[in-house]
Design a protein around this ligand. Structure first.
Ligand code: RVK
Ligand code: MG
Ligand code: MG
Length: 298
């Protein structure tokens, strides 16, 4: 297995790269290959930073603290291009509604948007050796903004994909299929292998897996983009070329591919151009430190 610290950093930096690459063409119709990254990342990375900061400061998960961090980060940079729901939830929390209740007030049954999966990389690396803790933490962190079962499941599945990539697990897809408890995700994941040979038929891939803003229409696309390609660069360019929610499919593919390939596998032309790179690398380094000092290895 490649160096663990490099994989931790690779997963967070991979998120930023995919987000910044996809941000260049977010909302454009059709399927374009882009290689130039935007100088600014979006809400995907901003919220991933909040997850990492919260895990570091608590040496683990604390829902109330994570919610507070999201709110604080949002009001510092409200222009990052957040989805519809989270800013409304943050307003409610700021006006005194409990962080455990606020998310239930926006959509009936909660949100199934991909906003809790796009930010989950820190949970995936932190729990790379413990699927039970991973599921608990992914659900817990999702619930703050996305309490619909499909939103929470998208976050857990994306976190598990990151964890299995850290481990370079040869049964990556099989374990993901076993891991998910939701039929819709299971069904889409079961078609991934069959679609590998059809990868250039982007319309068909999008028809089967989706490329939209919902967790179930973007997490499978990210898992496909990673598993159907042979390098970090290929996976990211491909993910964004699917169109639709490009920054988020890019961010999630980058989190998985970066966890697999580590920093050595990421092209210098991308990793050296990123906004806030040093700070994000430091966050990943701290997560690695907490994990290797206090966590168990298997
Ligand atoms: C702008 C009906 C629902 C729903 C429910 C739909 C940034 C809505 C990032 C909603 C990501 C959208 C993205 C997103 C992340 C969710 N019934 N429709 N129960 N739950 N939806 O508002 O953080 O780009 O159409 O929770 O998940 O780059 O607008 O936001 O692409 O999913 O936003 O869900 O968005 P939200 P989010
Ligand atoms: Mg975004
Ligand atoms: Mg997006």
């Amino acid at each position: 297995m490649k160096d663990l610290k490099s994989k931790f950093i690779g997963s967070l930096i991979g998120t930023v790269i995919g987000d910044s690459l996809g941000a260049c063409i977010e909302g454009f119709p059709g399927h374009r290959e882009v290689r130039e990254i935007s100088p600014r990342y979006t809400d995907d990375t901003a919220m991933m930073i909040g997850v990492a900061e919260s895990l570091i400061e608590n040496k683990g998960f604390d829902g109330e603290y994570m919610a507070k961090k999201f709110v604080e980060n949002y009001y510092t940079e409200p222009w990052r291009g957040y989805g519809f729901g989270p800013p409304r939830i943050f307003d409610l929390i700021r006006s005194g509604v409990s962080w455990e209740e606020a998310a239930k007030e926006i959509y009936p049954g909660g949100s199934f948007g991909n906003g809790s999966a796009m930010r989950i990389a820190p949970v995936g690396i932190f729990c790379y050796d413990d699927p039970v803790q991973l599921k608990e933490m992914a659900y817990g962190s999702s619930r703050i903004t996305h309490c619909h079962r499909l939103g929470m499941e998208g976050a857990a599945l994306q976190a598990r994909a990151v964890a299995l990539a850290v481990r370079e697990d040869p049964l990556f897809l099989e374990k993901l299929i076993d891991f998910t408890e939701v039929g819709l995700y299971k069904r889409k994941l079961k078609s991934v292998k069959r679609l590998w040979s059809r990868k250039e038929e982007r319309e068909e891939i999008v028809r089967e897996l989706g490329n939209g803003i919902e967790g179930f229409n973007s997490v499978p696309a990210a898992i496909f983009s990673f598993s159907a390609n042979k390098s970090f660069e290929e996976a990211l360019v491909y993910a964004v070329s699917l169109g639709g929610d490009t920054d988020t499919i890019g961010a999630m593919t980058g989190a998985i591919a970066g966890a697999y390939w580590g920093m050595e596998g990421i092209p210098g032309g991308w990793k050296n151009k990123l906004e806030n790179k040093k700070y994000i690398e430091e966050l990943a380094g701290k997560l690695w430190q907490i994990k290797t000092e206090g966590g168990r290895e298997d």
